[in-house]
Design a protein around this ligand. Structure first.
Ligand code: IFM
Length: 456
């Protein structure tokens, strides 16, 4: 017999997206260049040399897209704003047409009873700031705070939920360490500095958002977290997994939730970047109303001296199910949520005011297509989402107060260095005609929202 899997009243169900991945209009209405414009226009950086110039043209189609959300009964939408649309160049002059775009978009969301979650940074740094050193220099943090304050002044009359950064681990790791994302830098030290500056900019931006706010609001950050498992029970692998856990999870969670840094625990790390953390920084960073957890997979690590700083590399265990990008490992989601609550929450820190926790991204790329009868039968995505939502339910049952769950993504879109080859949407997009078709998973998720759960 099937069991009722129901969620707390007021549980937040939503979907998520980001500016560069969906907007297109890369050089329209006064927008400045972002590092992703530069990177994707460089031959050889993106699969098939694709780019986000037009993407799924959300800039011009946002009204129809929001109507589609409303048709599905989606109540919440997490999106990001493009910083270079607002501040196109280093003069600090505001681009009124960029502001007007988000004005119209937010109004349209609210008209359709969709609650906006506004994220200020989902990787599209203005190119002019990269030219000054980007996230590897401390000065970028105050530019970010200025941008945050301006946005709060403009939009906090209507937007109550604010996110400073999406996945700073990826910003620093993929952008400055392995160079597979913009700005394409491969310098471990710049990456480690970027980690601290991203966190510091979160603290400064939070202050700026609150100072300019027009109503009580919540400010959070979104981290891509992953339980780190050792590849074997050998001591060296266990130690490597612990080291990797520092950079994947603790480098972010400890400063944000405890106001401490794990950097001192690794001699080499401390020697390389210990001095980047100035007195008072950690206190500034330790501010959070909610923690967004993006979960896709676990990370399995072995000792590997070839890799700089951490002497650890990732392996992909045989015999498990994989998506086009990652191992499918739903149990890792409840493991992660329980771990966060157990280590950082009241169970071990009764004095600590624990921020709200929500799953701000979870999803799977599937090579979907529209069938002869117009349907998109993405059964695999439904199974993936159901198995992961079950893990959120389990964590709640075991005492973790998870407040919400967002599917990545609403529409198929530009998947960064992988171009348009990976479809994550619950709505199919024909990239040639821009036609949208709700996938079976979209209808399924609409039912989940309507029933505040499902039978499993
Ligand atoms: O598409 C990305 C998103 O921009 C950030 N989180 C992971 C998604 C899938 O890779």
């Amino acid at each position: 017999m099937k069991k009722d899997i129901s969620f707390p009243k007021d549980f937040i169900w939503g979907t998520a997206a980001s500016s560069y991945q969906i907007e297109g209009a890369w050089n329209e209405d006064g927008k400045g260049l972002s590092i992703w414009d530069t990177f994707s226009h460089t031959i050889g950086k993106i699969a098939n040399n694709e780019n986000g110039d037009v993407s799924i043209d959300h800039y011009h189609r946002f009204k129809d897209d929001i109507h589609l959300m409303s048709e599905l009964g989606l109540k919440t939408y997490r999106f990001s704003t493009s910083w270079p649309r607002i501040f196109p160049d280093e003069t600090g002059q505001i681009n009124p047409k960029g502001v007007a775009f988000y004005d119209r978009m937010i109004d349209e969301l609210l008209r359709n009873q969709v609650e906006p979650y506004l994220c200020l940074y989902h990787w599209d740094l203005p190119q002019w700031l990269q030219d000054k050193g980007g996230w590897s220099v401390r000065e970028t943090t105050s530019y970010f705070a200025d941008y945050a304050g301006f946005m709060s002044d403009k939009f906090s009359d209507r937007v109550k939920n604010w996110i400073t950064h999406n996945e700073p681990f990826v910003t620093a790791g993929a952008g400055y360490f392995i160079g597979e994302h913009a700005p394409g830098i491969k310098e471990p030290i710049s990456a480690l500095k970027a980690v601290h500056h991203l966190l510091l900019s979160h603290g400064l931006a939070t202050q700026a958002i609150r100072a300019a706010s027009r109503q009580p609001l919540k400010v959070g950050i979104v981290l891509n977290l992953s339980p780190v498992h050792p590849a074997s029970s050998f001591k060296k692998d266990i130690a490597a997994a612990e080291r990797f856990d520092i950079i994947q999870n603790r480098a972010f969670l400890d400063p944000l939730l405890l106001g401490t840094s794990p950097v001192q625990e690794l001699k080499l790390l401390s020697a390389l970047v210990g001095s980047v953390i100035k007195p008072g920084d950690l206190k500034l960073i330790n501010v959070l109303d909610f923690l967004g957890v993006n979960y896709y997979t676990r990370t399995v690590i072995r000792h590997d001296p070839k890799f700089p700083v951490f002497s650890a590399s990732q392996i992909h265990p045989e015999g498990n199910e994989y998506s086009g990008m990652w191992e499918i490992y739903p149990d890792g989601l409840s493991e992660l949520l329980l771990h966060i609550w157990g280590k950082y929450g009241p169970p071990s820190n009764p004095q600590q005011k624990m921020p709200e926790i929500m799953v701000t991204e979870n999803g799977i790329p599937v090579p979907d297509g529209v069938d002869f009868d117009g349907r998109v039968r993405d059964e695999r995505r439904i199974r993936y989402l159901e198995n992961h939502i079950l893990q959120v339910h389990k964590a709640i049952q075991l005492g973790v107060p998870v407040m919400g769950y967002f599917v990545w993504s609403f529409l198929d879109n530009f998947e960064w260095a992988l171009g348009y080859g990976q479809r994550f949407g619950i709505v199919y997009v024909d990239f040639k005609t821009q036609k949208r078709t709700i996938k079976d998973s979209g209808h399924w998720f609409a039912d989940v929202i309507r029933n505040n759960g499902f039978k499993a």
